[in-house]
Design a protein around this ligand. Structure first.
Ligand code: NAD
Length: 280
């Protein structure tokens, strides 16, 4: 079975638009783009296009590639203090001279729709997520959309990053999966992976996962975004692995669209939470 992320994301976006239209709140997302990286510019553009589709207002703050940490922090403070803005998304990665952790920690936790602030990571690990990071949240939505059993499932997550691997583990654990997190120092990755009922790969190496690493019938979720000979591909060697896996996400058209759908969900949630706070 090929898991169709575009279809599921489309349905989620339709739902967010309906919720926005019926809620009486007007969510507003601010993106912060620093520099001219073409990939970052493309992702920011896609996020603004998604906002338009779901009737979320969006504003863009652009800083030059030479911006200092202090200049970025000043911009974040301005957005934190603007009551018309519910969500702030700082497009990563930042230029080397900007201290990423200080910028992430400067975003007001209640506007941190990317879910990277330590407060939100803490809530996630406490089992009471507020804003779950968008990519892992999107993976959970995909698993649920295809009724993939999670409780008790042996799950191998390849990659331990703050934006994907670790929050993915927290979300799956919250749903009673049995988790293994593999990383660059893991021994015998193949043996670890072959035991898993669900594999989530966020390694960032093109076609790194081959069919001999997958248990027949396992669910394979490919988060990777890589380029091989100028062509977009995931971490998984899709053509081989699709014949062994029970279900698999393609790249493109798998996890990618879910990330943006989750961002829209988090922004709507931030707006609703803010409107509730204002009433009480
Ligand atoms: P990262 O570079 O921060 O993390 C990569 C992880 O892979 C590290 O934890 C590292 O320990 C692990 N790793 C490296 N070699 C390994 C090996 N041989 N075996 C097991 N683990 C190994 O990257 P990231 O930000 O987590 O992103 C990972 C991939 O996912 C990238 O391709 C990125 O572009 C993609 N991504 C996609 C989306 C999306 O929306 N689809 C979102 C975020 C990231």
């Amino acid at each position: 079975m090929i898991i169709d992320g575009r279809m599921v994301a489309g349905k989620r976006l339709d739902l967010v638009r309906k919720q926005v239209d019926e809620s009486g709140v007007q969510p507003c997302l601010a993106t912060v783009l620093i520099g001219e990286d073409p990939g970052s510019k493309m992702y920011v553009r896609m996020k603004h296009e998604a906002c338009e589709k779901v009737h979320i207002v969006s504003v863009k703050a652009c800083l030059p590639a030479t911006a200092t940490t202090m200049e970025v922090l000043a911009k974040i403070r301005e957005l934190n203090n603007d009551p018309s803005i519910n969500g702030i998304l700082v497009q990563l990665p930042l230029p080397l001279q900007v201290e990423t952790s200080r910028v992430i920690q400067a975003v007001a936790p209640e506007k941190d729709v990317d879910g990277f602030h330590p407060c939100n990571i803490g809530l996630l690990y406490a089992g009471t997520p507020r804003f779950a990071p968008c990519t892992p949240k999107g993976v959970m939505t995909l698993l649920d959309a295809y009724n993939i059993p999670i409780q008790g499932a042996r799950t191998l997550i390849a990659g331990r990053s703050i934006d994907v691997g670790r929050p993915m583990a927290a979300l799956l654990l919250h749903r009673d999966a049995t988790i293994t997190i593999a990383h660059s120092k893991t021994r015998n990755l193949k043996d670890e992976m072959r035991r898993a009922d669900i594999v989530v790969s966020a390694v960032g190496k093109a076609r790194f996962i081959t069919s001999d690493m997958i248990k027949p019938g396992a669910v394979v979720i490919d988060v990777g975004i890589n380029y091989l000979d100028g062509k977009l591909c995931g971490d998984v060697d899709f053509d081989q692995v699709k014949d062994v896996a029970g279900a698999i996400t393609p790249v493109p058209g798998g996890v990618g669209p879910m990330t943006i759908a989750s961002l829209m969900e988090n922004t709507y949630l931030a707006a609703v939470e803010r409107s509730c706070t204002n009433v009480s």
